[in-house]
Design a protein around this ligand. Structure first.
Ligand code: NAD
Length: 366
């Protein structure tokens, strides 16, 4: 059996179990009617995350179908078509992408290009009248985020940011504690996400300031977003320090970043992120106990515990499949998405303030 057909078989076998597991947490009333058309998704950008995570996850979804591709690398297309059975009429380049407006097969354009290009392609997608799913971080600046939100609103299409953690069940439990406060009032938060990455090729976009490289954009949104959903409120100030250890590699962007976020009521969040060091935890200390997730962000195996011995150990068959099914149901039911553009915008506002704080050495009020 060829590698390809064996992969298809594995995906097919996984499909039923995963679909059942994924559906078990859905509101049964929200399940699409049998035979109803699935949401046609086109991936914009066929790099690592599309190839290794999103395309396989799409095979595990209940409500989505990988139907189209937008790529600047035509040599990649035959392999993708063979593996996923994508029709010729659904293949676009970045230059022809706007023509998707006339293609009823495609409902969603999922933007999975370098962060510095999210706004450009999200606008083309929205103006073509297609729903927009946009990878994290949403864009480079508050202005770009607002422009994406505005274009989606103007065209009456949905916008969902690819914050997969907010679809993950143990993370959702922690999010719910912000209002239920089972361990009393929140005192402080520690949130860290980073990995000990090798040195990327010098021409890799993750080293480019303009394209959204650096730890703070790439990984920083995880602790920042976590601090915000754990606090259940927006910070009022940020103090940040950006660092580079390997100066011969990271010439224009940060390798690690450390942020202190001040929330209303005196709650402090200490956040750290890095593309040079491993770190992966979230802890909330409260007046009557604590709770934590470790790892707090991973493609699988997110788990945690609380001071009263509660284990946060729910499982999800595939995080990205859950995320895309949740977002597909929001399209079917014309209901709000779980992670709207405003969530991405709030984090980018903090990242921009963190850059200002690092440059001035001062606390920046938000
Ligand atoms: P990648 O470098 O592997 O892929 C990027 C793709 O964009 C490539 O196919 C590349 O050809 C294309 N591209 C188009 N124009 C380009 C240009 N001018 N310069 C460079 N590449 C260009 O990156 P990736 O890891 O797939 O990341 C893509 C997006 O997905 C980023 O926004 C990243 O933050 C996000 N991402 C999210 C997660 C997650 O867990 N949610 C994980 C990884 C990446």
């Amino acid at each position: 059996m060829s590698q390809l057909s064996s992969r298809r078989r594995i995906l097919k076998q996984g499909l039923m179990g995963a679909a059942l597991a994924a559906s078990s947490s859905f509101n049964p009333l929200a399940i699409a009617k049998p035979g109803r058309r699935k949401i046609g998704v086109a991936l914009v950008g066929l790099g690592y995350y599309s190839r290794d995570l999103l395309a396989p996850a799409l095979q595990l979804t209940q409500y989505c179908e990988l139907r189209g591709l937008v790529t600047g690398s035509p040599e990649k297309v035959p392999q993708w078509q063979q593996e996923y059975g994508i029709a010729d009429r659904n293949i676009y380049s970045y230059e022809t992408m706007h023509q998707v407006a006339d293609n009823p097969d495609i409902d969603v354009l999922y933007i999975v290009v370098p962060t510095g290009l999210h706004e450009k392609y999200a606008l083309i997608a929205a103006n073509a009248g297609k729903h927009v799913w946009c990878e994290k971080p949403m864009a480079m600046t508050e202005k770009e985020c607002l422009s994406i939100i505005g274009a989606c609103n103007k065209n009456g299409v949905q916008l969902a940011v690819g914050y997969r953690m907010q679809h993950e069940p143990n993370t959702r439990t922690v999010m719910s504690y912000a209002s239920s406060q089972p361990y009393g009032k929140l005192k402080n938060i520690i949130a860290k996400a980073g990995y000990a990455g090798g040195a990327p090729n010098p021409d890799n976009w993750r080293l480019s300031r303009k394209l959204g490289g650096g730890a703070l954009y790439d990984m920083g949104v995880y602790p920042i977003n976590a601090a915000r959903y754990t606090a259940g409120s927006e910070p009022v100030a940020v103090t940040a320090r950006l660092e580079v250890e390997r100066k011969n590699v990271f010439k224009e962007v940060d390798e690690s970043a450390y942020l202190t976020l001040e929330f209303p009521g005196g709650v402090i969040a200490e956040c750290a992120t890095s593309v040079g060091q491993n770190m992966n935890m979230l802890r909330a200390n409260c007046t009557k106990g604590w709770y934590e997730l470790e790892p707090m962000q991973a493609y699988s195996g997110v788990k945690g515990r609380t001071s009263s011995g509660v284990l946060l150990d729910k499982t999800v068959a595939n995080q990205q499949a859950r995320q895309m099914d949740d977002d597909a149901l929001a399209i079917f039911h014309k209901s709000p998405v779980l992670v709207p553009g405003e969530e991405g915008l709030a984090d980018i506002r903090i990242i921009e303030a963190a850059h200002r704080s690092n440059a001035s050495g001062k606390r920046v009020a938000l």
